[in-house]
Design a protein around this ligand. Sequence first.
Ligand SMILES: Cc1cc2nc3c(=O)[nH]c(=O)nc-3n(C[C@H](O)[C@H](O)[C@H](O)COP(=O)(O)O)c2cc1C
Length: 203
Amino acid sequence: MPGILDLIKSRKSVRKYSEKHIPDEDLRQILEAGRLAPSWMNVQSWKFILIKSRGNKDLLSKLSIGQAHVKNADALIVCIGDMNAWEEAKITHINNPALNPALQGENGLLVRTMEQVIFAVSYMMLEAESLGVKSCIIGALGNEITGVESETYREVKTKLGIGENEILSTIITLGYETEPSGTGKVRKDFDAVISLEKNGNKF
Ligand SMILES: Cc1cc2nc3c(=O)[nH]c(=O)nc-3n(C[C@H](O)[C@H](O)[C@H](O)COP(=O)(O)O)c2cc1C
């Protein structure tokens, strides 16, 4: 049984997939990992839409500036930031913005909503990896933040039933690798990003 760090090391962005289908049971398990992710004040400001149909994959590839792996993945998880999720937090007695993101203004709320979604995305990617399912995060797409592909985005929102104050933030592509390759991790050195007590002090 691999540990979490083993999964983190083996996970990599895979952009070419075989024809093999992912069992529904495994897709459920991946989505469950997202549902169980942590969030600030347990706000769970996310929604996930599983996509398997050719038509929706093509439409979402168009939204992602034509990225081929969005079209060719076996399944996609559309991750939505739900800005409505903070409504309850807005009316709690916690009136310090540092403690309550609902009071951090419009930009703050957007950042916080996306922040929560990304935890869920990470959980789902690692769960996929544990099941031998490869993935890639798609952030290059049209939405309220990038302002591109606005017509396609409108079409996507209608077709997928994405409502008011809900932002399509990320797509996760899922599938089996055509041929296993190395981990290919290119990362900054440990000492370049990790310090002890003070930035730049070696741990
Ligand atoms: C927020 C975010 C958005 C990304 N958007 C895209 C994307 O639109 N298309 C793509 O092919 N890869 C995308 N990636 C994948 C990165 O390019 C990849 O994670 C990075 O190069 C490191 O490689 P690795 O995932 O194989 O370790 C994205 C990653 C993150 C975290």
